[in-house]
Design a protein around this ligand. Structure first.
Ligand code: PAP
Length: 331
């Protein structure tokens, strides 16, 4: 594990990991049999959790680091493609772009898992990294650095739940008893989901983005779907790489939007048949990260009662925060 860390750090983390998975509160999970609650958030007790322990105190943020943070199923794959192509736009031409042969998840390492197997210090600056962890659990040095940037994406909870449930059922080992959508829905409404509670995850980043607007850009999946060009420009500006007038005239923004579109990415062989190894025990076909890519598909899966319940939970959770999901009331 973690070849870049001294042996005493590895030993300490392994010991902590073994102790915590025995002692932390647990709950049934959907993709995995059990989730454990660490400092208020639910994790699968696999080596990704070791990564979370490692990255909090043993990751050294650089001022040039850029983090893409998100809860599950909020638009990470899409934003990875957009961030990678925006940041590296002068390196590659669109006809021969790495994203044509590499899945978006392989373009930006998932730090929570990556740190357990790789030397993060060996990555060249500026490092683009992703995390599904809550704001309070991403590396302390990244939170405290005035310069390193965080881009967060959220999505309306109904679509997040449905997207995750369908994904989880594909990943759930077949020897385990199935979990019904009703059961998983109940857990989600009660705050139990991987890396969640969902609302606390979103609100943690939302509040931090209000406090540190130069450091944290908060995006909404639905708004990006409505006007991707505007959001790619906003992202580039935030990351200190605004598009020049010449680039805009040449249609570079539109090229990025087209390259990263659901239609384009799903047409590529790498995203149909390629596989992704987050950690040795978590190997996932790239196709699992693409399903419909639409806003509001949850209405085709949830009953009116479920919609009413989740809308009510959402209203209660957001009361007094000033935050609203993108278009969440329309479906
Ligand atoms: P992750 O948390 O496992 O990384 P993430 O990429 O955040 O998943 O979310 C997957 C969702 O984004 C899927 O939504 P759906 O189940 O409602 O369809 C997926 O289809 C959608 N998605 C993936 N790529 C794109 C894209 N290029 N544009 C829009 N949506 C996308």
């Amino acid at each position: 594990m973690a070849p870049s860390f001294p042996q005493d750090v590895n030993e300490e983390i392994n010991k902590q990991f073994e102790e915590l998975i025995q002692t932390l509160p647990s709950h049934k999970g959907s993709a995995v049999p059990t989730l454990i609650n660490y400092k208020g958030f639910w994790y699968p007790p696999i080596s990704v959790f070791k990564g979370v322990l490692l990255m909090q105190d043993h990751f050294k943020a650089r001022p040039t680091d850029i983090f893409l943070c998100s809860a599950l199923k909020s638009g990470t794959t899409w934003l990875k493609a957009i961030m990678f192509s925006t940041m590296n736009r002068s390196e590659y031409d669109f006809a021969n772009h790495p994203l044509l042969t590499t899945g978006p998840h392989d373009c930006i390492p998932y730090l929570d898992a990556y740190i357990t197997e790789h030397d993060v210090e060996a990555l060249p600056s500026p490092r683009l990294l992703s995390s599904h962890s809550a704001y309070s659990l991403i590396p302390k040095s990244a939170r405290e650095s005035p310069d390193c940037k965080i881009v967060y994406i959220c999505r309306n909870p109904k679509d997040v739940f449905v997207s995750h449930y369908l994904f989880a059922m594909k990943l759930r080992p077949p020897m385990l008893p199935p979990v019904s959508m009703e059961e998983a829905f109940d857990w989600f409404c009660n705050g139990v989901c991987e890396y969640g509670p969902y609302f606390e995850h979103v609100l943690g980043y939302w509040k931090a983005s209000l406090e540190f607007p130069q450091k944290i850009l908060f995006l909404k999946y639905e708004e990006m779907k409505k006007d991707p060009v505007k959001h790619v420009k906003q992202l580039a500006e935030f990351l200190g790489k605004p598009f020049s007038a010449e680039e805009e005239k040449e249609g570079v923004v539109e090229e990025i939007v087209k390259l990263c579109s659901f239609e384009n990415l799903t047409s590529l062989e790498v995203n149909k048949t390629g596989k992704l190894a987050f950690v040795p025990e978590l190997i996932i076909g790239n196709d699992n990260f693409f399903r419909k890519g639409q806003v509001g598909d949850s209405k085709n899966h949830l009953t009116p009662e479920m919609i009413e319940r989740l809308d009510k939970v959402t209203e209660e959770k957001l009361k007094g925060t000033g935050f609203a999901f993108g278009e969440s009331k329309k479906y």
